[in-house]
Design a protein around this ligand. Structure first.
Ligand SMILES: *Cc1c(COP(=O)(O)O)cnc(C)c1O
Length: 462
């Protein structure tokens, strides 16, 4: 990545409140991990030292956000905090209408129900679990139109989140524009490893869709992380602010769904924002059924206020530089140690390549699950598996899906951990790497029917 200045990415904040962490012994970790069936999702948070399970809702709020919590107007209707949030969304995202929801999937439910008819097709740059599920529940079929490079963990492409325009045009040609209610574009594609989409590409998608009469709906959950990558990597944007880039991205779309639990530095919250008056009218009716009145959408007034203030903080360049700088710091240190990770480093996580880390394990000995377990045993760091356990089984054949990738995801909450925590993370991965040849795989002893990675249990192979 291009370096803008010689200065470190050092955090643009200091610490006012601390939350003590429990330091545990290896014996303790062995006991609780065995009780948890070698599944990091089944550990108690209090037994975790550094929690890199997810960056969703795990953010640290600022003193200004906490101050805003005290200004919560908990009126059932017309809370002042709603109007504050509406103003910030209009100012920074640029959409005309706002409908708050309890989190991102609430907004996905609304837009899917409003725009998708049974039999429709929804092209997208890879999928996100809840986004795709709501599209399917509304009767739609998701079609992946991301560029091929996104599926290759070794490709250094700077914008692996780009849409392949040819794939999109082929789909529209095949099924007809009338059966494509919108293109679902994610900014920084989570499932591709936190990889951004270029503004040039988004503009081309917009131009194509405008000709076909197809809407573009943005998953803006991580759009500000995407804006940072555009500023760093896309020619012509180095001197633009993140706020200007965000506005330009949103201007290529008709609306967005948003999980505030990521970019917006809160622990809960989300929204749907659209320009079309008729779509807004319908969303405002539906939100009452699923979330709550259109001026609170399942959130307390104080949550709306924290999110409104979070927008102002998230658009700050220094904030995002430290956020992504921290992840690059860990990634680059791991690379220097010869630890195999997915390229390029993404916006929210490091993905360790467990197949190359533990080449002596067969895929059915669960290399990524094993590596996540070993990392916890070593130091109390909690990561998660993204491999054969997460992939599940085929409904048709009953056999496991055998994904190409066996990854361990280390996801960094925003503003939570220090550089010393990052160093401990690197050192403990290094310690596991040094003894990798002696690591034995796992056997699955309990397999739930749905989303098995959350609750599956394992034991050590002899
Ligand atoms: C987390 C996430 C969602 C869903 O949001 P929730 O707040 O968890 O419901 C949707 N899209 C992306 C890209 C996400 O990261």
């Amino acid at each position: 990545m291009q370096t803008v200045s010689r200065r470190s990415w050092a955090e643009p904040f200091k610490i006012k409140v601390v939350e003590p962490l429990k330091m545990t012994t290896r014996e303790h970790r062995e006991r609780v991990l065995t009780e948890a069936g070698f599944n990091t999702f089944l550990l108690r948070s209090e037994d975790v030292y550094i929690d890199l399970l997810t960056d969703s809702g795990t953010n640290a709020m600022s003193d200004n956000q906490w101050a805003g919590m005290m200004l919560g107007d908990e009126a059932y209707a017309g809370s002042r905090n709603f109007y504050n949030l509406e103003e910030k969304v209009r100012q920074y995202y640029g959409y005309k209408h706002l409908v708050p929801t309890h989190q991102g999937r609430g907004a996905e439910n609304l837009i899917s129900r409003i725009l998708i008819k049974p039999g429709d097709f929804i092209p997208g740059n890879m999928y996100f679990t809840t986004t795709r599920l709501h599209q399917e529940l509304a009767g739609g079929t998701f079609v992946d139109v991301i560029i091929d490079e996104a599926h290759d963990p070794a490709s250094p492409h700077p914008f692996k989140g780009n849409v392949n325009l040819q794939k999109l045009a082929d789909l529209v040609q095949r099924v007809g524009a009338a059966k494509v209610p919108y293109v679902s574009v994610a900014a920084t594609v989570n499932m591709a490893g936190g990889q951004p989409i270029a503004l040039e590409n988004l503009r081309q998608v917009r131009a194509f869709c405008a000709r076909q009469g197809i809407r573009v709906i943005l998953d803006a959950t991580r759009a500000l992380e995407n804006a940072y990558f555009i500023k760093e990597r896309e020619p012509g944007y180095a001197d633009r602010t993140l706020a200007e880039i965000l506005k330009e991205m949103c201007a290529c779309t008709d609306g967005c769904t948003m999980s505030g639990k990521k970019d917006l530095l809160v622990n809960i919250g989300g929204f749907l924002a659209v320009n079309d008056d008729a779509v807004f009218e319908e969303a405002r009716n539906l939100v009452v059924v699923y979330e709550g009145l259109h001026t609170y959408g399942g959130l307390a007034g104080r949550d709306l206020e924290a999110m409104a203030r979070g927008i102002e903080e998230a658009v700050q360049y220094d904030h995002m530089r430290a956020r992504i700088g921290q992840i690059y710091y860990v990634g680059e240190r791991l690379q220097a140690l010869g630890i195999p990770i997915v390229q390029p480093i993404g916006g929210h996580a490091i993905f360790v390549d467990a197949k190359r880390f533990l080449p002596h394990l067969r895929q059915l000995e669960f290399p990524a699950q094993t590596l996540a377990a070993e990392l916890y045993l070593e130091s109390g760091i909690r990561a998660m598996e993204r491999g054969i356990v997460s992939a599940g089984r085929s409904k048709e054949t009953g056999d496991h899906y055998y994904p190409k990738l066996e990854l361990v995801r280390l996801t960094f909450p925003r503003r939570v951990y220090t550089q010393a925590h990052c160093d401990v993370t690197v050192e403990s991965i290094q310690a596991v790497h040094e003894v990798r040849g002696a690591i034995k795989g796992l056997k699955m002893i309990y397999e739930p029917k749905y989303l098995r990675f959350f609750q599956a249990r394992f034991e050590h192979l002899p």
